[in-house]
Design a protein around this ligand. Structure first.
Ligand SMILES: *Cc1c(COP(=O)(O)O)cnc(C)c1O
Length: 390
């Protein structure tokens, strides 16, 4: 017998039904569909802006590149952080000013840099001398900031290791940038995605401040601090409300750096996650052996059709079913594809109603970030995630 029951505690659940969830409840869908509430995106932008004060918000487009989302944020006065030519073109085509777009990927194709430069984008990220050389060759005279490698993270979805330069290398990178005719303006870092609590920023801000001071001591009068993303969404564990969270982070920034000419923030998840919900369907509920405690529940959506962030069970979504309120038991949740990697939650099973059956609607909550853009073009013939904006 598999003893899962002790591992699977009840998931705390905010029982307020969102507008996207209400829309799903009143609709029928023939395939998994993400419903995004544009009003909720706008409200979230305003809350983050209230907390971040005069820091400029660059929405990290990759979190949800749906044109209606980008257009709505543009109408609110938001700026954008783009990672590729495609994201830059999306923002420009919707009417964003090139000065409002930063090219924040530290790993760029030369042709993409040249495209961005030709279209008027001025601000680029880098974390290596070779990348600075590419920027200088394809965007001569551009403004750059150097990304700091984050060593200590308490985020649920870390962005360390792959990105950033060690603090000790940064003054030299500033020197290289200046020598190449670029304008080194400042530093960036990413605290890690889904950093649930403001206090988790402290060690990263300390490291960023030390690197900042070292650059100034080396003669670079920096004027831009980019604090990246990391603003959390509610996935069942308590997070502060977005305005309070952002205000606390900014207070921590000010306590270390004092007044700064320009601060940028790049929320992705925190901007869109809670604005979205996915309508999905239960395809099969079964026990492998009659004595197993945990049932296998197969959905019509999986790792390849939008739920990539269940990798390593890092992001734990919450679910609504038509049988909520009935007794529950532990379930191993899996996607529909013929790939045994397409298991969503197994190490920590999910509590779902005992009566759950094939054909039941299942709603995945607060999943407006990193879902539609992560869906494959159609692995196994399962369609990519449909998106509806309301
Ligand atoms: C992905 C990303 C973000 C957004 O991160 P969230 O944790 O979703 O807020 C911000 N900046 C950069 C450079 C990124 O790569």
């Amino acid at each position: 017998m598999t003893a899962y029951a002790s591992l699977a505690g009840p998931v705390p659940c905010d029982d307020r039904i969102t507008r996207a969830e209400a829309f799903i409840a009143a609709s029928r869908f023939d395939r998994p569909t993400l419903v995004i509430d544009l009003e909720a995106v706008a409200a979230r932008y305003r809350a983050l802006r209230a907390g971040l004060g005069d820091a400029r918000i660059h929405y990290a487009v990759k979190a949800n590149p749906e044109p209606a989302v980008v257009a709505r944020l543009l109408a609110e006065g938001c700026r954008f952080d783009a990672a590729s030519r495609g994201e830059i073109a999306l923002c420009l085509d919707l009417g964003a000013a090139p000065e409002a777009i930063s090219f924040g990927n530290t790993v760029k194709k030369p042709a993409d840099i040249a495209f961005a430069h030709a279209r008027g984008v001025r601000l680029f990220a880098a974390d290596a001398a070779e990348e600075l050389a590419k920027i200088a060759a394809n965007a001569p005279g551009a403004e750059v900031y150097i990304r700091l490698l984050v060593e200590e993270t308490e985020a649920d979805w870390p962005l360390s290791r792959k990105f950033g330069a060690p603090a000790s290398e940064i003054p030299e990178l500033m020197r290289t940038a200046a020598g190449l005719g670029l304008r080194p303006r400042g530093l960036s870092f990413h605290v890690g995605s889904q950093t649930r609590l403001p206090r988790m920023w402290a060690p990263v801000l300390d490291a960023a401040h030390a690197a900042w001071q070292a650059c100034r001591a080396a003669g670079f009068p920096l004027d831009l601090l980019n604090i990246g993303g990391g603003f959390p969404a509610f996935y069942g564990e308590a997070v502060p409300d977005p305005a309070a969270y952002a205000a606390e982070v900014m207070a921590m920034v000010r306590a270390r750096f004092g007044p700064l000419p320009e601060v940028m923030a790049e929320p992705g998840r925190g901007m869109v996650a809670e604005a979205g919900a996915i309508a999905a369907e239960v395809l099969l509920v079964t026990r492998k052996r009659p004595t197993d405690i945990a049932r296998w529940v197969y959905l019509d959506i999986g790792k390849f059709s939008g739920l990539a962030e269940t990798m390593d069970e890092a992001i734990r979504y919450q679910f609504l079913t038509p049988r909520d309120g009935e007794p529950t038991g532990p379930c191993i949740l899996a996607g529909p594809s013929c790939d045994s990697a397409d298991v969503l939650y197994e190490r920590r099973p999910v509590q779902l109603p005992l009566g759950l059956a094939a054909g039941d609607r299942i709603v995945i909550r607060n999943c407006g970030a990193y879902t539609s853009s992560y869906a494959s073009v159609g692995f196994n013939g399962f369609p990519p995630l449909e998106v509806i904006c309301i």
